[in-house]
Design a protein around this ligand. Structure first.
Ligand SMILES: C[S@@+](CC[C@H](N)C(=O)[O-])C[C@H]1O[C@@H](n2cnc3c(N)ncnc32)[C@H](O)[C@@H]1O
Length: 252
């Protein structure tokens, strides 16, 4: 990887974000979220102009997360999706939030304690889930498929732990079909979003990575094809005119 490792105490020139192995990308992503964990929620609210909560609520509602279900939030980060699921279940069901980053999970746990909701937190890797086949009614992953070091092995693993007939619910930054909106969105990511990130954290490189990872990620059609190759049926729901993609993936 042609990347100079950033530390929390030193400034470095912008890295180039080219990874030669999945392990390099994993270490980079781990360092990135350790760096921005204290400001992650603020960044989300400001960079999405307050819309991120409505996208998560749409995912939980459209994915029919309900009382009594067993739910796994993969790459749970600071826990917003898992906490929404727990609130919706009102104590009737099981929610587990899994993430590889202890700093992100510590913020999730604090929010959970403040809100008196029931969620179990687990530090683990999305690509080797420590659960039996078909264990969950719903598996969610929010704004994180881009960050997986091996997307297909992550998707395969998440589908493995969903029960037949259950759903994998994927929220991801989108690619608007309208070309004018698409260009405006990319420009917004590379300008406003990076400045917001810089002001909040004093660092630019995590937000340059974010913008580039969105630009370089799969189109909705490519994502659908990959999911269908894993023996699933897929409903694609563009949110906010395609700024965000919601995939409702049913295991057959
Ligand atoms: C952009 S945050 C998303 C957090 C949350 N889902 C949300 O909706 O805000 C990405 C999260 O994915 C986690 N992550 C990335 N790769 C992972 C992996 N292989 N296994 C577990 N967690 C991973 C990171 O640690 C980070 O907390």
């Amino acid at each position: 990887m042609t990347l100079t490792a950033p530390s929390t105490t030193m400034r470095h020139p912008a890295p180039t974000f080219s990874f030669t192995t999945p392990q390099e990308k994993r270490s980079f992503v781990q360092r990135l979220f350790t760096n921005i964990a204290p400001r992650y929620d603020w960044f989300n609210r400001l960079a999405s102009c307050g819309l991120d909560g409505s996208w998560r609520r749409a995912a939980v509602r459209r994915g029919t997360v309900e009382s009594g279900q067993t739910v796994l939030d993969v790459c749970a980060g600071t826990g917003d999706l898992a906490l929404l699921c727990a609130a919706r279940q009102a104590g009737q069901g099981t929610v587990i939030g899994l993430d590889m980053n202890p700093a992100m999970l510590s913020y999730a746990q604090r929010k959970q304690q403040r809100r008196h909701l029931r969620v179990g937190w687990l530090q683990s890797d999305a690509q080797t889930l420590p659960f039996a086949d078909g264990r969950f009614d719903r598996v969610l992953i929010g704004f994180s498929t881009r960050n997986l070091s091996d997307l297909m092995s992550g998707l395969r693993e998440m589908i493995r732990v969903v029960r037949p007939g259950g759903q994998l619910i994927i929220l991801e930054m989108g690619r608007p079909a309208n070309p004018v909106l698409r260009v405006a969105y990319q420009t917004f990511l590379f300008t406003v979003v990076r400045v917001v990130g810089l002001l909040l954290t004093g660092q630019l490189w995590p937000f340059t990575y974010l913008a580039r990872s969105v630009r370089g990620f799969l189109t909705p059609q490519e994502m659908i094809e990959r999911l269908q190759s894993l023996k699933t049926t897929v409903e694609y729901v563009p949110l906010s005119h395609g700024l965000v993609s919601l995939y409702l993936v049913t295991k057959t």
